[in-house]
Structure formats: C-alpha cells, structure tokens
Design a protein around this ligand. Structure first.
Ligand code: MLT
Length: 388
C-alpha cells in the first residue's frame, strides 16, 4: 500500500485513478509520493519514505530538482496537460491588449448610475479603441506544448507568426502550422514582432532572459505577454519601458509587488491553467505517472531522471538503482547482483545530466544484505526493491 500526500487541490478525477493500492494521507512525512501544484517545496525536508513528487502542471521551479535527484526522489510533471488552457489565456491576453477592453468595462462600471450611460458610451468609446490582431506579427519564444498551440492559434487569428526554439522537438515541429516562420535568432523576433509571447520554463539559464537590452531591441509599441513565469523578465526594466511607451502593454499572469504597480500592465492571478479541463488533465496524468512509477518502477515525464519503461512488473523482484552518472556504476551494480547468484533477466539504464537510473528485473529475490551493500556503493543514491 502506498500513501500519497496532496499539497494544493488536486482534482479528484486524478486521485481516484491511483487505485486500491493507494491511500491519501495528511502526513507528508509518511507519504511515498507528493502531488503538488504551485506550493513551494524548496524549504521542505523530505523524509526517507518519499519516493516521488508529481507536479500537476508544467513548471517545476517550486521543486528542488537536484536535491530530489540526490535523494533518489523522482520528480514528474505533466507536459501538455494544461496547454490548451494556457493557450486560451494567451489569446485572451492578446485580445485584452489590442483594445482597452478592461478600461472600457471599468468606464461602464463607473457610469452605471448615469441614466444617459448609453449616449455617453458612444462618446467615450474612442478612448478604448485599438487595433486588430489580424495582419500583425506574433513572436513565440519556446515552441513546446503551449508555444506550438499559441503559434497555431496566432495563424488562425490571421497573424504572421515567428517561432523561436533552439530545442524544438520533432513532435512539436510536426504540429506547427507550415506558415509559422522558424527563426534562429531572437533578434528577428525583437525586430519584427508587434506581439511577443514567451513559453519557456524558468531555469538558471532562462531567468531574466528578457532583460533591458532585449526590451530595448523590441519594436516601439510592442505588446509583451508572459504567461510562463515572472522570473523570465527583468520587471524593473519592463516597468520603465511601459512608462516611456516603448512597450505598449505587459500582459502577465504573475501578480507581485512590481507588476501590480506597473502602468499599462494587465495582471492576472496565475489563471493560465485554472480551468476545470486543465486541472483534471494534469491530475490524471500526474496520478498515472506516479502509479506506474510506484507499482512498476517505470519513469515517464520526469524532470530529474531519464525515461524508463520495462512494462508491468511481474517477475520475482524489480530493482531500481539511482546513481551518479559516472563510469563503472553499472559494472558495480551488475557484479554485486550476479555475485549474489541472482540472474538479471532484463535491465535498462538511462541517464539525464548527472543522474542515472538503472532498472533491473531479477530472476529471484535479492537479499536485504546485498541490497544494503548496493546502497553503500559510492555514487548510489537509493536502491528500491519492488516486490509483487
Ligand atoms: C504550469 O506550470 O503548469 C502553469 O503555470 C500552471 C500551474 O502552475 O498550475
């Protein structure tokens, strides 16, 4: 029996899929898995019981990935599960930026007691008029699950779309409208685009990537949309560019002490994936990933360990070994197992950066003593035995 602790609200349709082998617990210290949305885990000390964390969403900047990897805790996310929800939010952002719809709504609210409001509205509306999206240039930075959908939506709205993604995967390349112009340099986006939207994760490499110089290189009157993470943008530089009018609007899903004070910003409270459909999809994908890992040791959509799928566990014992990705780890693992007289029937080892995961199907049970010997090898973070 595995126990799962949910931080944040996780849709029931997801937790229901965990099955009879699982129970939900309020106690994080006894849980083998955590399901989380945006609660920060950076200051949480993980108990030795914890085997996996499932992030019901895409961004994982609330989770200490390396610390987890070094404790043999696999971190999963749910790429694409909320992409449609975020795409729709970006479309809303572009429409709200194109005309001052928010200002117009506020004007009606302020004048709602005026018996002549209809007549006054006809005079006032010029203050809220704007432009159309069709025919404008849209730059999409990051063409993953969300960015690719946004790029295609831009095409459907009649926009000319420029896409930038140095790590574009074959899967998303195939999904792109053939008229999306793939650029190799961000300077082409800055020079050409009237609307720019960013869809990359917040990592050490991307933090602050939209800085003062990048903003200065953008077209005058550009609209910048950020439904990814606030840390990607130098928000002080953005504030200044909004004040001078160089940036016409900053549409951001991240309310903080800087964005809430910005002139010409439209700030929403991280609503991108807050739809019933997105929450259900994320919870279902997250639960399926955790279940397959806890029951079978298989890893799909992890952000700190490589993908491994050896199918359902049906042998005598399955062994998961988390180790440093350095020479002779596999040699040490296999010689200890075979030295104990246990046959390795199937084996796979996948690395991801500094970390690797070796999954072995054994012909008979390995003794606790040999498992303890394995665990004490330098560079092995955790050994997990899965029994039927
Ligand atoms: C994500 O990272 O998936 C989105 O920002 C939505 C969320 O955090 O729930």
């Amino acid at each position: 029996m595995y126990s799962v602790h949910c931080l944040n609200n996780i849709a029931k349709v997801g937790t229901d899929r965990l099955g009879d082998n699982f129970t939900l617990t309020d106690n994080i210290d006894t849980a083998q898995a955590i399901m989380v949305r945006s609660a920060s885990l950076h200051d949480v000390d993980f108990s030795h019981e914890l085997l996996a964390i499932g992030r019901a969403g895409a961004g994982v900047n609330n989770i200490p990935l390396d610390r987890c990897a070094e404790q043999g805790i696999v971190v999963f996310n749910t790429p694409g599960a909320n992409a449609n929800g975020v795409k729709e939010m970006v479309i809303a952002g572009m429409l709200l930026a194109a005309r001052d719809i928010v200002g117009g709504i506020e004007w009606v609210d302020e004048n709602s007691d005026d018996p002549n409001v209809g007549k006054q509205a006809e005079k006032a509306k010029k203050d809220f008029a704007g432009t159309e999206l069709a025919g404008k240039n849209l730059g999409v930075i990051g063409l993953g699950a969300i960015g690719a959908m946004v790029a295609n939506a831009g095409r459907s709205l009649g926009m000319h779309v420029y896409g930038y993604d140095p790590f574009l995967s074959v899967k998303y390349a195939w999904s792109l409208d053939r008229h999306v112009r793939h650029v190799n340099n961000l300077s082409e986006i800055w020079a050409n685009c009237d609307y720019i939207t960013i869809h990359v994760p917040a990592t050490d490499k991307t933090r602050g990537m939209i800085g003062r110089d990048e903003i200065a290189a953008m077209k005058d009157g550009v609209v910048f949309l950020n439904y990814a993470r606030d840390a990607l943008v130098d928000e002080i530089a953005m504030s200044e560019a909004l004040q001078t009018g160089h940036v016409r609007r900053y549409m951001t899903d991240f309310a903080n002490s800087v964005t809430t004070q910005m002139k010409h910003a439209v700030v929403t409270p991280h609503l991108g994936a807050s739809t019933k459909e997105a929450e259900d999809n994320c919870a279902v994908m997250c639960a399926d990933e955790l279940r397959d890992y806890l029951e079978n040791g298989n890893i799909t959509n992890s952000v700190n360990y490589g993908a491994v799928d050896m199918g359902p566990m049906d042998g005598a014992m399955r062994l998961g070994v988390f180790h440093l990705n350095v020479p002779n780890m596999i040699g040490q693992i296999t010689s200890l197992v075979s030295g104990a007289g246990v046959n390795i029937e199937n084996m796979t080892d996948k690395s991801r950066g500094n970390y690797a995961y070796c999954l072995l199907d054994l012909g008979s049970e390995l003794s606790d003593t040999t498992i303890a010997q394995l665990s004490s090898i330098d560079g092995i973070y955790r050994v997990r035995a899965i029994r039927k």
